[in-house]
Design a protein around this ligand. Structure first.
Ligand code: AMP
Ligand code: GLY
Length: 430
């Protein structure tokens, strides 16, 4: 069959790489793709915002499965556009995508269906929000979290270090720092614990979680500095012990499915639950309605089943028939970024060492790359995700960083401590 993947980052490269392995695939297209994706798929020069043109392309090229990578087209209603043309598409429709597109919508859903999450209040004007922040601090809160309601490319959340920071960020939201996304603001209790990413397939009748993983959101080692889209990931994540996973299943995933059914949401896709494992059990930080990146890179490296078969079963409501198998090995993916990211950074630097890195056995997923004069150059903040397997987490880390050491460009930057938390947990038992 012919398959189309929509998107251009490390997530889409990891998905294309895995889809390529399937015996069910005839032609694989990716719109718009990137330099790395072009090695496994035919790139199509259509942006993710070109919903009608993408559907035209799918009809003209007999596409039998389209997989939507990023959240923006899902929130814009790409699934509705494809479904109206009778096309098979993996992802929730526009209404259900609000689970990611509006943090207020998601919070109300969590409260309605008893899904454990941080206490929060929603505001539509600055003065009321400010009063609430002041009263929270007066009541002894020492840290609160401010969230712009809508999509903000990972920048719309502040874990405030002081009341003044909280107020200033809130003002920024209402003053248009995130456009319409900041017209509503959530003020949340700050949860303490360790984060984990749970990616689960949902066909409306069943919900099945994939292997656990953990991201590294902050730019610098030891989780210092501003939040990013994610600087590295590993799978499995030992913070998700069997006991924690059982709680996640009953308190979060089962209730999520109940909510999808009772609210009649058209959710045939992937729900990515950002979880904080607190002393009082796992609580939801956020929902995303698409695969997490770089988490999906580590998870795809470990998947030992045919992903195309899995995605089709989700769309057809037959997820119960899926027997998903995992490799025993651990996977680590280290993100290599352009210096300066997540603030301003340069593009167009020539990347060297990609072949040498691949020769180590690692897979290099491209996040922001392009071709220029026959060479592969940087074209985004996050540039590559270098992913390796290992029999132990230590081996997976060593294998990944060995491949990383072969690659360079002007101003390259990456964290040196990806997956160290897993080792600490193993050694300390916490
Ligand atoms: P979100 O986009 O809601 O996942 O927020 C981005 C990041 O902010 C999360 O991955 C957490 O690191 C942090 N965060 C969000 N909400 C909270 C919270 N209630 N307590 C502590 N940290 C949070
Ligand atoms: N790695 C976090 C995200 O994909 O949103």
């Amino acid at each position: 069959m012919n398959i189309l993947v929509v998107g251009s980052g490390g997530r889409e490269h990891a998905l294309c790489w895995k889809i390529r392995e399937s015996k069910l695939v005839d032609k694989l297209f990716c719109a718009p793709g990137n330099a790395g994706i072009s090695q496994v798929a035919e790139c199509v020069a259509l942006g993710v915002d070109k919903l009608e043109e993408l559907a035209d392309f799918a009809v003209a090229n007999n596409i039998e499965l389209t997989v939507i990578g990023p959240e923006a087209p899902l929130c814009d209603g790409i699934v509705d556009v494809f479904a109206a043309r009778g096309l098979k598409v993996f992802g929730p429709d526009k209404y259900a995508a609000q689970l990611e597109g509006s943090k207020d919508f998601a919070k109300k859903f969590m409260l309605k269906y008893n899904i454990p999450t941080a206490k929060a209040a929603t505001f539509t004007d600055f003065e009321s929000a400010k009063k609430y922040i002041e009263s929270e601090y007066a009541n002894g809160e020492t840290s609160i979290v401010i969230k712009a309601d809508g999509l903000a490319a990972g920048k719309g959340v502040l874990v405030a270090e002081s009341m003044l920071d909280a107020i200033e960020f809130t003002k920024g939201c209402f003053d248009g720092a995130f456009g319409k996304s900041g017209a509503k603001v959530l003020i949340e209790e700050c949860l303490i614990g360790e984060e984990a990413s749970i990616l689960a397939l949902c066909d409306g009748k069943n919900i099945v979680s994939l292997a656990s993983s953990q991201d590294h959101k902050r730019i610098f080692d030891d989780d210092k500095g501003p939040n990013t889209g994610g600087m590295g990931a590993y799978s499995p994540a030992p913070v998700v012990s069997d006991e924690v996973m059982a709680q996640i299943q009953t308190e979060i995933l089962d209730n999520f499915l109940r909510g999808v059914q009772e609210d009649k949401l058209n959710f045939r896709g992937l729900i990515f639950v950002g979880v904080m494992v607190t002393a009082k059990g796992p609580k939801v930080l956020e929902f995303n309605v698409r695969f997490g990146d770089p988490e999906v890179q580590a998870v795809m490296r470990r998947l030992d089943s045919d992903i195309v078969d899995m995605l089709l079963k989700v769309i057809d409501g037959k997820l119960a028939d899926c027997d998903i198998k995992w490799k025993k090995e651990h996977a680590v993916s280290v993100v290599m970024a352009a210096g300066g990211y997540p603030e301003s950074y340069r593009k167009g630097d020539v990347i060297t060492g990609l072949d040498a890195a691949a020769e180590t056995g690692a897979v290099v997923f491209h996040a922001g790359t392009a071709f220029k004069d026959g060479e592969i150059v940087t074209a985004g903040g996050r540039v590559l995700g270098v992913s390796a397997l290992g029999a132990t987490i230590e081996e997976a880390i060593a294998n990944s960083y060995k491949a990383v050491s072969k690659i360079t460009w002007n101003d390259v930057f990456y964290r040196k401590d990806i997956a160290q938390k897993a080792i600490r947990r193993k050694n300390n038992g916490k």
